[in-house]
Design a protein around this ligand. Structure first.
Ligand code: PLP
Length: 394
């Protein structure tokens, strides 16, 4: 084995899924709050556009950076939502949002460079930084009045002359945290002051129930140093289609397009036509998806906050909840996250991920948190499952 393979991480949430499936196979009911996948269908107009593209022969290779129609549609979409002017040369289509993480690092990080990234956070950041020889520098969150706040002290303290990149996932997995204008401005100031390039992971940009999403790329001086991760996965319930994009400065996007040539040649041709329909066609599909998710959020937050020893914010974006379960673990005499997870699964059927599925615990971290995803479970089952969970806690 190559040495680097020992540094490759994974998404341990998939192991939770395997355990939940094994429990279900024994005949038990499982309430699946563990995976961030969606149980909702892709809107029909998008499905139809994919079939049409196959029938029209969009089945050969296509341009490495994406079909011009999709690059243009993405440039228009991001320009409109970010108050910026992007053209198709600012866009490299990708097979999902996830590949943007690796391609951002391959383009901008040398071995030994330090990269700031959120922990808890999407586990692929840490995996790819370390796999590619970078130095992973995690920053955390602190509880605020209505949601989690960035731990600015930790971010500032982690910056050294070797720090080159910042990964920022506003509308955050797993916490549901959303930064205020002040927080985003302060972060942009730090990036400018220390000459950091930024990956703005906007996977949940449109998964929001009120208000308006804001991007660090929109602040003065930032578009020049920011790559935006866009994905169709969540907004359009297209997780398995694998379609997304990198949007950023033209020179960086040209390198990312050359990585496309080297890695997958092109994103699946006919899927890209479905993406054009998603962006430019009928929008009732994503609106319906949001309505369903909002009802689930409300059901879940209410029940979690009725559960002794549990407290949970009501995030306006993402489909994740990140309740504090410190009190619950104390009540139940459970010392470790694994004990909590197994006890909940076996005694209530409720399955979820814990803080440790989203990175190593940071020094001084004392409160205990778990993540409930409500993208793959109906409101009815949320009520049933969290009702049992609450009774168990009592
Ligand atoms: N970034 C974050 C924060 C995510 O949660 C996810 C998926 O869960 C991704 C990126 C990757 O999305 P995709 O499914 O489009 O690869």
């Amino acid at each position: 084995m190559a040495e680097r393979i020992s540094r490759l991480g994974t998404e341990t949430a998939f192991a939770v899924s395997a355990e939940a499936n094994a429990w279900r196979a024994l005949g038990h009911t499982v309430y699946p709050f563990h995976l961030g996948d969606m149980d909702l269908p892709t809107p029909e107009n998008i499905v139809e556009a994919a079939f049409r593209a196959i029938r029209d022969g969009k089945t050969g290779y296509c341009p490495n950076a994406g079909i011009p129609e999709l690059r243009a549609a993405l440039a228009d979409e991001i320009s409109a939502t970010h108050d910026l002017t992007y053209t198709p040369e600012n866009v490299a289509v990708q097979p999902g949002g996830k590949p943007v993480i690796e391609k951002f690092l391959l383009t901008l990080m040398d071995p030994g460079d330090e990269v700031l990234y959120p922990s808890p956070g999407f586990p692929i950041y840490e995996s790819q930084i370390e796999f590619l020889g970078g130095v992973a520098k995690p920053y955390g969150f602190v509880p605020g009045e209505k949601n989690f706040l960035l731990d600015f002290d930790a971010i500032e303290a982690a910056i050294t002359p070797r720090t080159k990149l910042l990964i920022f996932n506003n509308l955050h997995n797993p916490t549901g945290a959303e930064s205020s204008d002040e927080e985003i401005s302060a972060l942009a100031e730090l990036a400018l002051k220390h000459d950091l390039y930024v990956l703005s992971d906007e996977a949940y940009w449109d998964v929001r129930y009120s208000g308006r999403s804001r991007s660090i790329a929109s602040l003065p001086g930032m578009a020049e140093r920011t790559i935006i991760l866009y994905t169709f996965s969540k907004k359009y319930a297209m997780t398995g289609w694998r379609l997304g994009g990198a949007i950023g400065p033209k020179d960086l996007i040209a390198h990312i397009a050359t990585l496309n040539v080297n890695q997958e040649s092109c994103t699946t041709h006919f899927i890209q036509w479905a993406g054009v329909e998603a962006l430019t066609g009928e929008q009732s599909g994503p609106e319906e998806i949001l309505g369903v998710l909002k009802a689930r959020r409300d059901a879940a937050v209410d029940l979690l906050n009725d559960t002794p020893g549990v407290s949970c914010y009501r995030p306006e974006a993402t489909f994740y909840l990140y309740p504090d379960v410190t009190g619950l673990m104390e009540r139940k005499g459970l010392a470790t996250y694994d004990e909590l997870r197994r006890a909940a699964l076996e005694q209530t059927g409720v399955s979820f991920c814990t803080r440790l599925h989203f990175g190593r615990a940071l020094p001084g971290e004392q409160r205990r948190y778990v993540r409930f995803a409500y993208s793959g479970i109906s409101a009815e089952l949320i009520r049933e499952g969290l009702g049992r969970f609450s009774e168990w806690a009592q």
